[in-house]
Design a protein around this ligand. Sequence first.
Ligand code: GAR
Length: 211
Amino acid sequence: PARLVVLISGTGRNLQALIDAQALGQLGAEIVHVVSNRPGVQGLDRAAAAGIATTVVDHKHFASRDDFDAALAEVIEASRPDIVVLAGFMRILTPAFIRRFEGRLLNIHPSLLPKYRGLHTHRRALEAGDPWHGASIHFVTEELDGGPVVLQGRINVGSTDTPETLARRVMEEIELNIYPLAVRWMADRRLQWRDGQAWMDGDPLDQPLSW
Ligand code: GAR
């Protein structure tokens, strides 16, 4: 199976979905290492409970972003990953890091990209009065939350939704389903990165697939 490294910063619900999919034989990949930039987070416990190796690379112990990213890249590279996924990893990565893993690096973002890059996506979707909201899986490029989107899922925003209910609905109804699927496509090499763009089943992906 493809070797998968998962980067986290917190709760690790997306990580858990990947662990569960692997346990069911539905991931096509083996999670070989979970790396967190924050010590003591719940995602590390989830990985340990599943018998997966974990490492903390604490950004607070590094003088610069370049130093942190270099250390992080070394730890990841030592696991010889075919695929690296950011699953609630809340650090901005340097261009050098992104180039090193280009084409192998996916992120999940809680909005219908290109809408709402960055933080507070649920509140921003509500404030804009959007009828739809959701989550996206994209290849990571040097542009923050700006790389080619490969897969999106959407939900209807209800009149009673709050940022909290939206966050929960997007997580449970979309995120936990789409990340294992995208990883599976990468592992099966149905989804590929070629010539600076995403390809699916041998064709350039002109627009995101919808889930
Ligand atoms: C998820 O909603 C993920 O989409 C988001 O953080 C949450 C992590 O939850 N990621 C970003 O906002 C990236 N900028 P989790 O740790 O429970 O999977």
